[in-house]
Design a protein around this ligand. Structure first.
Ligand SMILES: Cc1cc2nc3c(=O)[nH]c(=O)nc-3n(C[C@H](O)[C@H](O)[C@H](O)COP(=O)(O)O)c2cc1C
Ligand code: SF4
Ligand code: SF4
Ligand code: FES
Length: 601
């Protein structure tokens, strides 16, 4: 760092790259060259900062000035003003709710309550350069493990940290490692689950793109502890940048003697391979994933035997999630006690969430375990997104844990998020998807949406999941379509409990969660669809009708002009009315009326 007077970090994660982040890097480099500044200022392409919707993000160090939505055309001015004259460019800074510019990264509310451990290097280092990882204490944990610790001592340190699997189940990582370590046999495998099949989730992708060495180092430490000499990273093919970064990092680590034979002269050998998955949700299930690596169809099998006894190619194997592996190097480097000092009694450390839906700031956030949902949604996410007209909206629910998770309500906003609190409410931590909903989201439709996903992704091996989810989906479609009967509610509940109980793998065992939680907390919405033929959120098309509120109508005629099927006759004198029978429920009149005079119900 010291050779340059300034470092300009430009996010080149998938989000920012898709909004011209790569062009910003090129433009910055050419502009610096033109101004003869290339020897003084270093441009560093980085991974994701989490605030992808504000991308491309550019951070100038040593000041830490945070710029967002930087366009290639902004670069000449930024170089001239900030990097030449030392005047930060206010127009490119992040603005708070009152429109005040916040120049420094650390002062932006989105980052205020975050605590970055798994994401500590994302957005900070160039993931394509192993030297930058090493400069941030990278491979120190591995050096300590190999140089100073027995494999058992490594397992004990991970147990002490209290780290639990971040892929969904939350099983204690050190305990799982202990099972594999004590399993007999000269050949063992470690596996990284980078399938990330949950729609909307991108935690693992961002870690792989932004800090691939953390995952590789974590796997090497685990392999040493468990006696494995080979590892596989199973990553979905839809993540080309993550795969490229991983392959790059593996060859750099090999060239530096940090992977391969006799690492650090310790006699420990470890090789890592990347296996591309075709993107089926069920392939994230551990036994299906291993079948897929072996070249078979990705279908789960009953457990036992557990992978620790008979896993990949029937050898003892240990599988962990990307985020789980990424925490390991720091646990070794800083100690299990350090990690255990964060979070709650039984849920230690931090968790990365993908915050999406109706919040002002969506993105990737890493927070200490035990934080209440309210702080994530309001303090970090900035609260509920306003209506396009600027009218404030109300929080209604949050779906936590992706398609296997559940919907929680405003009564749960202050519950600390832990591995224990969520199942008690019918939800699960899952891999960290958080979808926030407002009053315009219909909870029956949300349940239908998630069940449609799991039903489509069911591998079909066992009947309860294959047939049960199909029947549940038909019932939900019937209710959303306005043809539901009261007895369907009981049937849905009965089927949901049966599918949960009897399915072979986690996909079927958790698929009913969105339905069961919405039935538990929003049963009145199901009843309104069936009894009153109304969708209270105004979202289910079949149950919608539009009408003009006459005393609010200013007779401007905009609705009539824009209606694609011309079903709003009238004029200034007589006023306007919608012919319900001809209305195709497209909602154009509702969005076009400048006076809020169209009622939806
Ligand atoms: C249908 C299904 C999909 C899953 N998808 C993933 C996934 O994408 N990533 C992941 O790490 N774990 C996933 N899991 C959980 C894994 O089977 C396994 O428990 C996890 O990789 C173990 O790692 P951990 O202990 O570090 O969490 C999935 C489970 C099921 C049942
Ligand atoms: S529960 Fe569903 S996904 Fe799992 S094995 Fe059975 S059919 Fe396949
Ligand atoms: S757009 Fe609104 S205000 Fe204008 S005529 Fe239609 S309902 Fe009335
Ligand atoms: S990709 Fe740039 S902030 Fe996420």
């Amino acid at each position: 760092m010291s050779d340059y007077r300034s470092h300009v970090l430009v996010c080149n994660g998938t989000g920012c790259a898709s909004s011209h982040g790569v062009v910003v890097v090129d433009k910055l480099k050419s502009e610096l060259e033109r101004q003869n500044l290339s020897n003084e200022i270093l441009v560093v392409p980085t991974g994701c900062h989490g605030m992808c919707e504000m991308g491309p993000i550019v951070v100038v160090y040593p000041e830490g000035t945070f710029y967002c939505r930087v366009k290639p055309d902004d670069i000449p001015n930024l170089v001239e003003e900030h990097l030449l004259k030392g005047h930060p460019v206010e127009s490119l800074m992040y603005k708070d709710r009152e429109g005040q510019s916040i120049p420094n990264y650390k002062k932006i509310p989105f980052y205020g309550k975050q605590h970055r451990v798994a994401l500590q290097n994302c957005g900070y280092i160039n993931p394509a350069d192993i030297e930058e990882y090493i400069a941030r204490d990278g491979y120190e944990g591995l050096a300590k493990a190999l140089g100073e610790m027995t494999p058992q001592a490594v397992i004990d340190e991970v147990k002490k940290s209290g780290l639990r699997g971040r892929g969904g189940g939350g099983f204690p990582t050190g305990v799982k490692w202990g099972f594999c370590a004590s399993s007999p046999g000269p050949k063992k495998y470690v596996i990284c689950n980078a399938d990330e099949g949950d729609p909307g989730a991108f935690m693992d992708r961002s870690i792989l793109e932004g800090d691939p060495h953390a995952v590789i180092e974590g796997m090497a430490i685990g392999a040493y502890a468990m006696g494995a000499d080979e590892g596989y990273i199973y990553c979905r093919a839809e993540y080309p940048l993550a795969i490229r970064r991983l392959r790059q990092a593996i060859s750099q680590a090999e060239e530096s003697g940090l992977l391969g034979e006799n690492i650090f002269n310790s006699g420990f050998n470890f090789a890592v391979h990347v296996k591309e998955g075709a993107g089926a949700f069920v392939c994230g299930e551990e036994t299906a994933l291993m079948a897929s690596i072996e070249g078979q169809r990705g279908m789960p099998r009953p457990r036992p035997p557990f992978p620790a006894i008979s896993g990949l190619w029937a050898k003892p194997s240990n599988i962990n999630n990307v985020e789980t592996w990424a925490n390991v190097p720091q646990i070794l480097h800083k100690g299990g006690d350090w990690y255990a000092s964060m979070g709650t009694d039984k849920s230690k450390g931090t968790k990365v969430f993908a915050l999406t839906g109706k919040v002002k700031h969506t993105g990737l956030v890493e927070v200490p375990m035990g934080i209440p949902l309210r702080e994530i949604i309001y303090d970090i996410g900035g609260g509920i997104l306003d209506d396009p007209s600027g009218a404030p909206k109300e929080f209604k629910a949050v779906q936590i844990g992706g398609p296997s998770g559940g919907c929680l309500t405003k009564d749960h906003l202050d519950v600390p998020i832990t591995y224990e609190s969520l199942p008690a409410l019918g939800a699960i931590m899952g891999s960290g998807g958080l979808v926030v909903m407002d009053e315009e989201n219909c909870m029956v439709d949300i349940a239908r949406f998630f069940l449609e996903f799991t039903q489509r992704e069911s591998c079909g091996k066992c009947t309860p999941c294959r047939e049960g989810t199909k029947q549940m989906l038909l019932l939900l479609e019937k209710i959303c379509g306005g043809h539901g009967e009261m007895k369907d509610i009981d049937l849905l509940e009965e089927l949901g409990l049966m599918v949960k109980e009897m399915s072979l793998c986690g996909l079927g065992q958790t698929a009913p969660n969105p339905v069961l939680t919405t039935l538990r907390y929003f049963r009145d919405e199901y009843e309104a669809h069936i009894r009153d033929h109304k969708c209270p959120a105004g979202s289910c098309q079949a149950l919608l009708s539009y009408s003009i509120v006459q005393n609010a109508c200013k007779k401007c005629g905009l609705c009539a002009k824009n209606c694609p099927v011309h079903c709003i006759p009238g004029g200034r004198a007589e006023g306007y009315a919608i012919i319900t029978e001809r209305c195709i429920k497209c909602g154009t009149c509702f969005t076009k009326c400048p006076f809020g005079a169209i009622a939806k119900g």
